[in-house]
Design a protein around this ligand. Structure first.
Ligand SMILES: Nc1ncnc2c1ncn2[C@@H]1O[C@H](COP(=O)(O)OP(=O)(O)OP(=O)(O)O)[C@@H](O)[C@H]1O
Ligand SMILES: [Mg+2]
Length: 554
């Protein structure tokens, strides 16, 4: 049989021509480096999730923003995706093969990624938003605002690195440090400063993370930025870590108790609070009602002005006379109040607002106080800021241009002051402030190592959140407030260097969650762990012979 002649190239039917397979209707705009392409991996791409094959010489960082170019379909569109995870596939290192090579003395004798047909790396992550471009190739420019993801990215689409400007725009960062709060840089992009809008103070901020992860350090950074904007700050320093920092910028630091410098005026305490903090007072008794009634009358009469214990004693006598209360109840009421006068934090006339105006920064170091005392101060301070802020807001509404007041209340270890217990007065006051804050010109900055124990209604109202490495159960507790932060990123935080946190927001101020490396502090850092082992050395135990286990057993 004679062999049939070999068909010429032109005889072979062509199903897909090179021209059709190139998909190159719109080339990637000049300046965008291609680092990989979208692949079909585990039910992706979808509207919400995509995976990409990385070029062998390219790398990505957790949280990094990348673009997917839609030019294959003639659309000048970039879908932003965020790297949530990256994985390597290398069947050569399957344990059985690895052991076999090892035993045969073959080492790692196989081609590396980029040459091997079996080794590759995949990145995966959520889609974030879409950016539209106008023009082509080197005259391509962003056109219009970013939009929600509406086009499906497709397998084969090129994945590109984004310029710092595009990343900043995606997150909602400001281009100029002087226009905002310069708190760090975008993790993995040292040249991209994280300049956040100063309005984040108005919408309340929370900082959470495990012990030692850098919350207090970062609180210092926020304090520095707030002072640069001349925002008065009242800082409740539960662990007494901010003293050096505050003094270095001319702040007033009062380590409590300190009768000369600090005492809560009776006018700043509510009547039920007074009953709660007066020693050995039983609610519902005649003497308790005497104290409460007298205090309430004085508060109404003084209209927020200070009054002292002597005024209260006098008013108790007046009320007792009117109500015909005699004998032991009157004596007990005076006696119990005298016991309260011994409390070093109650009964002075500390003026929160005057001190803030004079010093700009007031730090109340509460480390030597009881929790009850700290909460009392927190409630009183928060109420005062709220009262004054409301007055200033009203003045501003009347057209008074001098009333541009805005202050910030910072609380470290905030779960102690605003616990998840609605019956704690300071939690109620913090909630009120969190709810009303921006209308009453007071911002809250709350830091906590245990956000699960922080009042959840308060936490929900902090619209910008800085989350350092957290335990799994704590992450679960704050899941509702992490906005669009991918949980795979939160899970990676413990493995990232100290000072790296995730930033998320539920307002337009932080458009998408991102990872941030906190900038170095300009002020001294206090609160290091006391070096209690520095002057000690280890010695062997001197076990008394009669008590030694060997004798006992014998
Ligand atoms: N970004 C950073 N750069 C340099 N040092 C840092 C950074 N963050 C934290 N540190 C250092 O790490 C230590 C612990 O930080 P910090 O006190 O802020 O932790 P914390 O989260 O407030 O812990 P705790 O919950 O126990 O109060 C401090 O000595 C601090 O100076
Ligand atoms: Mg701390």
């Amino acid at each position: 049989m004679t062999p049939s002649p070999r068909p010429s190239e032109s005889d072979i039917p062509v199903l897909v021509s090179d021209k059709e397979s190139q998909h190159s209707t719109l080339p990637v705009p000049t300046g965008f480096e291609v680092i990989g392409r979208i692949v079909h991996w585990e039910a992706t791409p979808s509207f919400t999730e995509a995976a990409a094959l990385l070029n062998a010489d390219c790398d990505v960082e957790p949280g990094q923003f990348l673009g997917v170019w839609h030019g294959n379909r003639g659309e000048p569109l970039l879908t932003i995706i965020q790297v949530a995870n990256c994985r390597e596939v290398n069947p050569n290192e399957d344990p059985e093969l690895a052991v076999a090579r090892d035993r045969l003395g073959l080492g790692t004798a196989y081609a590396r990624e980029g040459i091997s047909t079996r080794i590759f790396r995949l990145l995966e992550g959520p889609t974030v938003e879409e950016l539209r471009f106008s023009g082509v190739a080197d005259s391509c420019a962003l056109s219009g605002p970013a939009a929600a993801v509406q086009r499906l990215v497709r397998a084969g689409d090129p994945v590109v690195l984004l310029s710092p400007e595009v990343i900043a725009r995606t997150i909602g960062l400001l281009p100029d440090g002087d226009a905002g709060l310069e708190v760090g840089h975008v993790y993995g992009s040292p040249s991209l400063a994280a300049v956040m809008p100063p309005e984040i103070f108005q919408m309340h901020i929370s900082v959470s993370g495990n012990p030692g992860k850098g919350k207090s350090y970062f609180l210092g950074v926020l304090m520095e930025e707030a002072r640069k904007w001349n925002i008065p700050i009242l800082l409740l320093d539960v662990n007494g870590e901010m003293a050096d920092t505050a003094r270095s910028v001319g702040g007033l630091v009062i380590t409590l108790p300190n009768r000369e410098q600090f005492g809560l005026s009776l006018s700043l305490i509510t009547s039920p609070e007074l009953i709660q903090i007066t020693p050995n007072v039983q609610e519902g008794t005649v003497y308790a009602e005497l104290i409460e009634l007298a205090h309430e009358r004085l508060k109404n009469a003084s209209k927020g002005q200070h009054f002292a214990f002597t005024d209260l004693h006098k008013m108790i006598d007046e009320v007792a006379q009117q109500q015909d209360v005699k004998g032991s109840s009157l004596g007990i009421a005076h006696g119990r109040l005298r016991a309260l006068e011994q409390d070093p934090i109650v009964g002075g006339n500390f003026n929160f607002i005057d001190q803030l105006v004079q010093n700009g920064l007031v730090v109340l170091d509460c480390r030597f106080l009881s929790l009850r005392q700290t909460r009392l101060i927190a409630a009183a301070g928060a109420r005062e800021l709220q009262r004054y802020g409301r007055e200033m807001a009203q003045a501003s509404a009347r057209g008074d241009k001098t009333s541009d007041w805005f202050s910030v209340l910072m609380v470290d270890e905030a779960h102690q002051v605003a616990p998840n217990d609605e019956n704690v007065v300071s939690s109620q006051v913090m909630f009120e402030l969190a709810r009303m804050g921006r209308h009453v010109r007071t911002g809250l900055v709350l830091s906590s190592q245990s956000p699960a124990d922080l009042n959840s209604s308060v936490l929900k109202r902090t619209q910008t959140r800085f989350i350092f490495a957290l335990e799994k159960d704590q992450i679960r507790a704050i899941q509702g407030v992490t906005a669009d932060l991918d949980e795979r990123l939160l899970a990676q935080l413990p493995k990232l260097p100290r000072g790296v946190c995730a930033v998320s927001g539920s307002s337009e101020l932080v458009r998408h969650g991102f990872l941030m490396e906190v900038r170095p502090r300009e002020t001294p850092v206090g609160g290091s762990t006391p070096k209690v082992f520095a002057g000690r050395s280890k010695a062997s135990l001197k076990v008394k012979s009669g008590d030694s286990p060997s004798k006992k057993g014998a």
